[in-house]
Design a protein. Structure first.
Length: 233
């Protein structure tokens, strides 16, 4: 049973979403501010967190930043209806997805399940993938899906579930272009719609993390209006 942490200062949202998730078979923990959530996470980390952005004591952005220093667990942001800046900033800081308020609880459940499935696939390896092909090596890059581990020139790089999947999809076929639509299919279920900006934000965050290991990292190329390509170095 996966443990989902809901962090929001709106008690109505906490109550209704918690009831929905529990009915779907999840174990749910609720917190009405970021600091309370962080204190609890320091003792026991959940399998996934769903965070509101604007909260007292510690907002969602600050909480996410602190979490990313410790864990790559999936994080979904709940954002205001018209707050596009928060959506983009949240993705660049390392959120895996966002859902706009007011939201369909069914949509939220589907996005939670999609991210957990992808996390499980990364942790356990796909059933139809042979053992010898699970570790991906491309020049300076080494990816180990079983350990959710990435190294560049021997240095560890911590990636979220979504970032890992996007890098894996690009690196599997160096020199071939992946459109944004193809990358969306890799990172999200068919029933979950995201726009081009979401993929672009994940790629920017991915590049930033790789450049933290190597300032000269340039293996991911943007082809404007087309998509992205991995160039083996």
């Amino acid at each position: 049973m996966s443990r989902i942490a809901l962090v929001d200062d709106d008690r109505n949202i906490l109550t209704s979403v918690a009831m929905t998730l529990e009915a779907e078979g999840f174990e749910v923990e609720t917190y009405n501010d970021g600091q309370s959530a962080l204190d609890a996470f320091n003792k026991r980390m959940p399998d996934m967190a769903v965070l509101d952005i604007k909260m007292p004591r510690m907002d969602g952005m600050d909480l996410l930043q602190r979490l990313r220093q410790k864990t790559a667990m999936p994080v979904i942001f709940l954002t205001s209806k018209d707050d596009e800046i928060d959506e983009v900033l949240g993705l660049r800081m390392g959120a895996d997805d966002y859902v706009k308020k007011p939201f369909s609880q069914r949509l939220l459940v589907e996005r939670i399940r999609a991210l957990l499935r992808r996390q499980d696939a990364i942790a356990g390896g796909e059933a139809d993938v042979q053992e010898e092909s699970r570790i991906l090596e491309r020049g300076n890059l080494r990816m180990d899906p079983l350990r959710h581990a990435v190294t560049w020139k021997g240095s560890d790089v911590s990636l979220t579930v979504t970032e890992f999947l996007l890098l894996q999809a690009l690196a599997q076929r160096p020199g071939f272009v992946k459109s944004r639509d193809q990358l969306m299919d890799v990172a999200y279920d068919d029933q979950v719609y995201v726009d081009d900006r979401t993929i672009d934000s994940h790629i920017k965050r991915l590049r930033k993390k790789m450049r933290s290991a190597d300032a000269d990292f340039a293996a991911i190329e943007t082809l404007y209006g087309i998509g992205y390509r991995y160039n083996e170095e």
